[in-house]
Design a protein around this ligand. Structure first.
Ligand SMILES: [Zn+2]
Ligand SMILES: [Zn+2]
Length: 413
């Protein structure tokens, strides 16, 4: 790669895409040369004297490719993506150059035949950050790019809009190894000693990674030893459907699905404990009488992501509601007065998309992953979590409540 074309500042055809037939530059310094140049703080790009873009180190950018085989107008997906590592001044001239670190598109990454990267394993808008660097002309920069670090393990990861790019793996081009591996496949049946019927029933499970915008709805089993997501289509095809329980039985199954010893212990620790309820004389009152309906409804519904639930889903809110209900219903704690805050508010995200502050946090979290920086700066400002769609029970043609069953443990999810 290398941006060797001079950018003609013309707007692309809105119907056909971005104009990419830029005349070639005859000279671009080598990476070694450019790394020796003095660094510039930022670069202001002007058109007819008007400032149209300010570039600085750490910015993600869209770059017009220098591939001669491309049509004149191309789609945004075909633009190259990179992060500006450094802006440098060519000595004795006014010329500035950008040293960039590339993001691979899934198509380009497939060509590397890297381990652990199956052909159908990447979302269309997924990118792989790499250690590969190049010098490019600032004139090939089309615009800033919104590239979000997506961390599947983070229940509060920012939602990735349908038109946004995301990145969850970092590849070392020199050593040909993952510096940050992408998360393991979801939708995997793990029954270690399955009953014969389970083997037969759950053969439709796809064993793929989560493709954020392509996968549709996924359901989560939050029980210890499971903690996995499954596609609704895979659950449907493998007939993992529960239709013999009453509504309240389904709801209790959802309410009590939690892994407090392992997967959800950090989330639970982030919620303060309330004091124990004073012992009452005589028969103890029903602990559920202390829990508001609104909170119970949140704890008693399936954890879903995708579609209307967004790429992150409702897990953060529902798991918090389950933790609080568990403490009141089974551990004798009082209800936290500010339970709504603990369920619905979060600290400002470390991985968001557009604003400068978020972008810096984003950059830092990437560096943490790469072992460069130990300190992730977190703000303590609280913001509202995204609202979640209202849940409605499903019934089958005979009028029975239905829900999905986990292919791992066989219980309601
Ligand atoms: Zn699946
Ligand atoms: Zn399970």
């Amino acid at each position: 790669m290398g941006g060797k074309r001079r950018r003609a500042r013309e707007v692309g055809d809105p119907e056909a895409g971005i104009r990419c037939n830029l005349p070639a530059l005859d000279y671009v310094p080598s990476l070694k040369e450019a790394l020796g140049y003095e660094e510039a703080r930022c670069l202001n790009v002007r058109s007819d004297g008007k400032l149209i873009m300010q570039l600085k180190a750490g910015d993600d950018i869209l770059i017009v490719p220098s591939d001669p085989d491309l049509p004149i107008f191309i789609d945004e997906l075909l633009l190259w993506k990179a992060r500006i590592s450094r802006i440098v001044k060519e000595p004795g001239t006014e010329q500035r150059w950008l040293i960039v670190q590339w993001y691979y598109s899934p198509a380009d990454f497939q060509k590397l035949k890297a381990p652990d990267s199956g052909e159908k394993d990447f979302g269309e808008r997924e990118l792989i950050f790499s250690t590969s660097m190049d010098v490019i002309s600032w004139e090939t920069v089309e615009a800033g790019a919104s590239i979000t670090v997506f961390n599947e393990e983070d229940w509060d990861c920012e939602d990735i809009p349908e038109n946004g790019f995301y990145c969850r793996g970092v590849w070392d081009d020199v050593k040909r190894r993952w510096l940050k591996k992408r998360p393991a496949a979801t939708c995997v049946s793990i029954a270690a000693q399955p009953k014969v019927s389970q083997v037969l029933t759950y053969r439709q499970i796809c064993r793929r990674r989560y493709k954020l915008h392509e996968d549709g709805l996924m359901y989560y089993c939050a029980r210890p030893g499971c903690c996995k997501w499954y596609h609704d289509g895979c659950l449907e095809r493998s007939k993992a459907v529960e239709s013999s329980l009453m509504e309240i039985e389904l709801e209790l199954n959802w309410e009590m699905s939690l892994d407090l010893d392992d997967k959800h212990c950090d989330l639970a620790d982030s919620i303060p404990h309330a004091p124990l309820r004073p012992r009452s004389k005589g028969r103890a009152p029903d602990p559920y009488s202390f829990i508001p309906t609104e909170l119970l409804e949140l704890a008693r519904q399936p954890i879903i992501r995708g579609g209307a639930y967004g790429t992150t889903g409702n897990a953060a809110v529902l798991l918090r509601a389950r933790v609080i209900v568990d403490r009141v219903a089974r551990h004798g704690e009082e209800l936290l007065e500010d339970w709504t805050e603990h369920v619905w508010q979060k600290e400002t995200p470390a991985t968001a998309s557009l604003s400068t502050a978020d972008h810096e946090a984003n950059d830092k979290s990437m560096h943490v992953d790469r072992g460069r920086d130990e300190h992730l700066i977190r703000s303590t400002k609280k913001i509202e979590r995204q609202p979640i769609p209202e849940f409605a029970h499903r019934v089958n043609e005979k009028g029975w409540e239905i829900a999905y069953k986990c292919p791992g443990c066989g219980k309601v999810i």
